[in-house]
Design a protein. Structure first.
Length: 184
């Protein structure tokens, strides 16, 4: 199964399982999408206009017309994710065994956990695996205090190493992404 089709299948199922609160929160966090985001151009023009015209997300967030924006938000969670993990999700959701083919988007390596999880470097994105906020610190600044992270990169790596094999949520997240033992 092509990667894009597999992700579409997963997200089509996931969207039906969103609680009202999850739907509201996801829509709220994605309501700021604009012309700088590639996902924006995948939306129908009337939804693009609505998003640009209104600063606040709609009160009728359960309306099906927002499903396309929610689908883009759900698909975004699969950027850079391993094909094997996507195949595992398809099996979990449908009971169907598939082989997923296609190249994942190559992501930047988090300087803390070394998993490829970041769309950009040095833009204060938060790694979904270890929660390190990428402030630009790297191997050259291991002992430099990171204000957004409230610790040094060295301390963060030690903390992550302690939880990497024991925290079930982190173990699941590690299964999703490629690990890079070299720095970008």
């Amino acid at each position: 199964m092509e990667r894009a089709n597999a992700i579409e299948t997963i997200c089509s199922i996931e969207i039906t399982k969103l609680t009202n609160e999850e739907r509201e929160n996801l829509l709220m966090s994605w309501w700021c999408i604009d012309e700088e985001d590639i996902e924006f151009f995948r939306l129908p023009s009337d939804l693009q206009v609505e998003v640009l015209k209104h600063d606040k997300f709609p009160k009728d967030y359960m309306n099906a017309k927002y499903d396309l924006l929610l689908m883009e938000a759900l698909k975004y969670n699969y950027k850079g994710v391993k094909n094997e993990y996507i195949a595992k999700q398809i099996f979990t959701l449908t009971g169907t065994t598939v082989t997923v083919v296609g190249d994942p988007q190559l992501l930047w390596t988090c300087q803390c956990c070394r998993y490829r999880t970041l769309s950009e470097r040095r833009d204060y994105s938060v790694c979904p695996v270890c929660l390190w906020e990428d402030d630009g610190n790297d191997d050259n600044s291991l002992q430099e205090f990171s204000v957004p992270n409230n610790m040094t990169l060295f301390e963060a790596r030690i903390a992550f190493a302690k939880s990497e094999n024991t925290d079930l949520k982190i173990i699941d997240l590690c299964e999703r992404y490629y690990r890079d033992d070299k720095s970008d």
